[in-house]
Each structure stands twice: as structure tokens, then as C-alpha cells.
Design a protein around this ligand. Structure first.
Ligand code: PEP
Ligand code: MN
Length: 361
């Protein structure tokens, strides 16, 4: 065989390759149409009976030189790729996904905008304890121009013998104080049966880390018209976190704020390990606003300022921080709460470094 002949045969082979390529894609087009019909009719994409029929027919018509087994094998590969195509078509992006909604979701409550550009600071005590405590903390927060006050009334405590929160009384006190100082109120609800009652007292329902996968609770808060701040679970992956948010959104509530609050690792130097990379990943994958809880993630007052800077530098839409008028006697999380002067120092540092806007006059 001359080299010339070889070249000619190669050209022929290239042409056949292009024909196969064109035919494979034409076939894929038909497969996609079939997929659409099947989806509308609610028919399963994989049909082993139909595959067997097609393979038998091809083998029957096979003139060789490929033997029947090779033909079966080659066409099986094509069928499998087609099935993959149909499955891909079926996968609709999640409601929380940026693929589903390109623009950032801004959760707007009154004049507070979570995710609207300017970072939001959520501050207040770990637990609502009494009127005087709330009054003092309210004054301190107001002086710093804080717009959202937190305070736990249902406390998920590790020990059943620890302070469990004031319940509805606590929510009432939080409402009263936040109203007096013109702030929004946010508090954690742990039981599905308390959600309805809490609607009267809070502007944002918090779902705590320990309840991130309490699916019944997620379904209930998904069905109400009230923004929800969802905290990342202690051992939850980013994917699990987003699925938890999807539970809420899939029930109709699209006012969801995510909160990274640190995860459990072997590291003991901090209470939890703040997963800082989760912030830009969540912002990339999802359109929801993302806050960072600088208190529960660290459990350490001495690193709160650099952690707050880091959070805002990587794109967090705000921070959450625990503030108590007298942390040493706090009924929960006494070690990690900032007192009012410490909070003021933190806010000044963040404002001076331009991580936060100055207090409106
Ligand atoms: C809280 O914010 O009060 C709290 C208990 O936090 P977490 O659910 O993140 O532990
Ligand atoms: Mn706490």
C-alpha cells in the first residue's frame, strides 16, 4: 500500500468519524425530545425492555465485521450516555441556587436590608434574662446605631440542668426592648408548635445550629411569612446547609438569611472552627444573604475583631455578635459575650477600618 493510499483511507476515516459524530448528536436530540415527553407523562427515563429490543434488532441486522458482542457493547455505551443526558435534563437547580436566580436576594425589613450592600450587625445577649439586662443592652446597642437586636428565649443547652431561657416571656421582653430602641428583633425558635406564637414578637425567626436539620421545624418556618435566619449545623457540610435552606424556600418562604457559625473540628483553641471559605462559596452557589456569627464560631473575645474583619472582607453581608451588660454573670455563654464598652471598641475598630459605615447622625 502506497503512502498516498494510506492518506486517502485516513481522509475517508475522518469523514466517517464526522458522520458518526453528526449522527450521535442527531440521536441525542431525539433522546432529549423523548426525555421531555417522558417527563410530561411521568414515565421513568430508563426502560430496560426497550433497550433490549433495540440491541436485539441491531444484532439481527449486524453485517459484521464487528461481532455481536462488540455491537452490543458499543451501543450500550451510547444508550448509557443518552440516559445521562435525560437525567441531566431532569435536574432542575435548587431554589437556593444562583443558577436559579442570578441576582442577590435582599431580605428587607423596614429600613434594614440583609444583603443589600451595607453590612448588617445583629447584636444582643445570648439569652434574654430580665428587663434591666435588656434595657442596658438596648441602650448600648442604640448608641452604636445597631438596627437588629438578638436575644434567646428558647435556649438549646447541652445540659438539661442549665438555664433553658424564659420562653414566651423572653420574647415579650425582647419585643418591648427592641421597640423602645427602634430595632428589629431576632430570636431562636426550637419547636414547630411555637412558630405561630413567635410571629407576634419577632421580625426574624432564628433556626439554631442544632436544629438545622430539624426538617419538621424547617417545613413550618417555610410556610410562614416571616424572614428566617438559618444557622449552619455543627457538623453540616455546605451542601447540607443549602438543602436545609431549600426546605424553607420550597415551602414558599424565600426570605432566608444564611449564617455561618463555625463547625466542629478537632481544634480546641476556638469553640468551633469558623469556616471562612464557606462565606464566598455560599455567596457563589446561592443568592441568599450570608452572615457570620463571630461569637459562637470563636468563643473568644480576644480574636473577635480580626474575625469580624475577615468575615466582612470575604463578602459576608453582616455579622452576629453577643453583647451583655455584665457577661460574667450571664445565664448562658458567660465567657464569650462582649460587655458594652468592648462592643463599642469593636464597632469603632470596624468603622475606622471602613468595614462598617459610620453611625448615621
Ligand atoms: C445562638 O445564636 O443563640 C445560638 C445558640 O447559636 P448556635 O445555634 O449557632 O449555636
Ligand atoms: Mn450564645
Amino acid at each position: 500500500m502506497s503512502l498516498e493510499q494510506l492518506e486517502k483511507l485516513r481522509t475517508q476515516l475522518d469523514e466517517i468519524n464526522f458522520d458518526i459524530l453528526r449522527l450521535l448528536n442527531a440521536r441525542a436530540g431525539v433522546v432529549e425530545e423523548i426525555g421531555q415527553v417522558k417527563r410530561l407523562q411521568g414515565i421513568e427515563a430508563f426502560d430496560p425492555e426497550r433497550e433490549k429490543q433495540m440491541l436485539d434488532l441491531l444484532v439481527k441486522e449486524n453485517p459484521g465485521p464487528f461481532d455481536d458482542n462488540t455491537i452490543r457493547y458499543l451501543f450500550k455505551q451510547i444508550f448509557q450516555a443518552s440516559l445521562g443526558l435525560q437525567e441531566e435534563q431532569e435536574k432542575k437547580p435548587l431554589l437556593v441556587s444562583r443558577k436559579r436566580r442570578q441576582e442577590d436576594t435582599v431580605v428587607t425589613i423596614g429600613n434594614v436590608r440583609f444583603g443589600g450592600g451595607a453590612p448588617v450587625v445583629v447584636a444582643g445577649p445570648c439569652s434574654v434574662e430580665n428587663e434591666r439586662q435588656m434595657e442596658l443592652v438596648g441602650q448600648g446597642l442604640q448608641q452604636q446605631g445597631i438596627q437588629v437586636m438578638r436575644g434567646g428565649a428558647y435556649k438549646p443547652r447541652t445540659s438539661p440542668y442549665d438555664f433553658q431561657g424564659l420562653g414566651e416571656e423572653g420574647l415579650k421582653l425582647l419585643r418591648k426592648t427592641s421597640d423602645r430602641y427602634g430595632m428589629l428583633a431576632i430570636s431562636e425558635i426550637v419547636s414547630p408548635s411555637d412558630v405561630e406564637m413567635a410571629l407576634d414578637y419577632v421580625d426574624v425567626i432564628q433556626i439554631g445550629a442544632r436544629n438545622m436539620q430539624n426538617f419538621e421545624l424547617l417545613k413550618v418556618v417555610g410556610a410562614v411569612k416571616k424572614p428566617v435566619l438559618l444557622k449552619r449545623g455543627l457538623s453540616a457540610t455546605i451542601e447540607e446547609f443549602l438543602y436545609a435552606a431549600e426546605y424553607i424556600m420550597s415551602r414558599g418562604n424565600d426570605q432566608v438569611i444564611l449564617c455561618e457559625r463555625g463547625i466542629r473540628t478537632y481544634e480546641k483553641a476556638t469553640r468551633n472552627t469558623l469556616d471562612i471559605s464557606a462565606v464566598p462559596i455560599l455567596k457563589q452557589e446561592s443568592h441568599l444573604p450570608v452572615l457570620v456569627d463571630i461569637t459562637h464560631s470563636t468563643g473568644r473575645k480576644d480574636i473577635m475583631e480580626p474575625i469580624a474583619r475577615a468575615a466582612l472582607a470575604v463578602g459576608a453581608d453582616g455579622i452576629m455578635v453577643e453583647v451583655h451588660p455584665e457577661p460574667s454573670v450571664a445565664l448562658s455563654d458567660a465567657k464569650q459575650q462582649l460587655n458594652i464598652p468592648q462592643f463599642e471598641t469593636l464597632m469603632n475598630a470596624l468603622r475606622n477600618a471602613k468595614y462598617l459605615p459610620s453611625i448615621p447622625a
